[in-house]
Design a binder for this molecule. Sequence first.
Ligand SMILES: *[C@@H]1O[C@H](CO)[C@@H](O)[C@H](O)[C@H]1NC(C)=O
Ligand SMILES: *[C@@H]1O[C@H](CO)[C@@H](O)[C@H](O)[C@H]1NC(C)=O
Length: 325
Amino acid sequence: MRFSLLFFVLLVASVWVSRALAKDAALEPVSKHGQLAVDGVNLVNQNGEKVQLKGMGLFWSIWMPYYYNKTTVDGIKEYCHSNIVRTMTAVDTISGGYLTDPDYENALVDAVIEAAIEDDMYVLLDWQDFEAENHLEASLEFFDRISKKYGSYPNIIYETYNEPITLEWSSLVKPYHEAVIKTIRANDPDNVIILGTPNYSTRLDLAVADPILDQTNIMYSLHFYAGTQKEANRQVAKDAIDAGLPVFVTEYGTVNADASPPVDEEEAELWYTFMDEYGLSYVNFAISDKDEGAAALIPGTAPENVCREDYLTESGRLVVKHNKA
Ligand SMILES: *[C@@H]1O[C@H](CO)[C@@H](O)[C@H](O)[C@H]1NC(C)=O
Ligand SMILES: *[C@@H]1O[C@H](CO)[C@@H](O)[C@H](O)[C@H]1NC(C)=O
C-alpha cells in the first residue's frame, strides 16, 4: 500500500516535471527571459534557465506582404499564444524577392522586427532560400544591415538559410554559414544564430558529423511536416541532440511537406510530445490565408482578425492549442 502510494506520487511528480517546460508561450516574453544563449544543447534565458519558444511563422514576404505589420504581430501574440514570430524574406522567386527588390524586402522585415520589439516578442529572421550558397553576397548584405540596426535588441534571432537542398554540408553549406556568422558577429556578438541543414533542414546528422566548433550561441534547424516526416526523422533529431547538437525547429507543419491536407493529428501529437520533452522551440508554418492545408487562417482573413478563433483552420487550432499548453 505504502509503496504503491509512493509510486503514484513519484509518477505524478515526474509527469509534472516533464510537462513543466511546456506552458503558454504568450506568458513567456522577452522582458521575462531577456538575452538568450545556447548552453550545451539547450536554449537558455538570461538566468541560464532552459527556455522554450513557441510561435508562428509568416508566409513568404513576396506573396503575403499584407501580414508583415504590427496588426498581425499583435494577433499572433495575443490569440495564437506565441512568444516568437518568424519572417520569411523571399530571395529568388518568379515574383521577385531580395535579389530584385532589396529595399522593399527590408521595409517588410523591419516592420515586423519593430512590431515584435514593441510586443515583447522574439523575432526569427529567415533568409528564405534553397540555394543560398549561390547568393552569398546578397545574404551578407541582408544580415549585415539587420545586425547593425537591431543587433543590440535581445529580441533578434537569425536564421541564415531556410532549407538547403544540397547534401554538400561540409563543402557548400557549412562555409556559407561561417561567412554569414562572421558578418553578423562583427555587429552582434551574442544573439542566437540558427543554421539550416541539408535536404530541406532534415539532415542534422550531416552537421553532427562536421559541426562548427569555434562559435558560441549557434543552433541547427530541423524542419518537419507531420504527414511526411515521421519516426525516422525524430530519431535523427534525437541522435543529433544526444550527440550534443543544439536543435531548433524553425519551421514545421501539421500536414504534408507540400503544404497539402490532411492534418496528420496523430503524427503531429507525437512530434509535440517529443519537442516538449526535449524542450525544443518550434515555429509553425504558417500565418497564411491561402487555401491549403498548412495555412493557419481561413481564406480572406484580414490582419485585424489574425489568430482569432473564428478565423483559424483545423491546423491553426491544433497549433494554438500547443502554443498555450
Ligand atoms: C496592417 O496592414 C493591414 C492591411 O493592409 C491594415 O489593415 C492595417 O491597418 C495595418 N496595420 C498597421 C498597424 O499598419
Ligand atoms: C530527403 O527528404 C525526403 C523527405 O523526407 C526523403 O524522402 C529523402 O529520402 C531524403 N533524402 C536524403 C538524401 O536525405
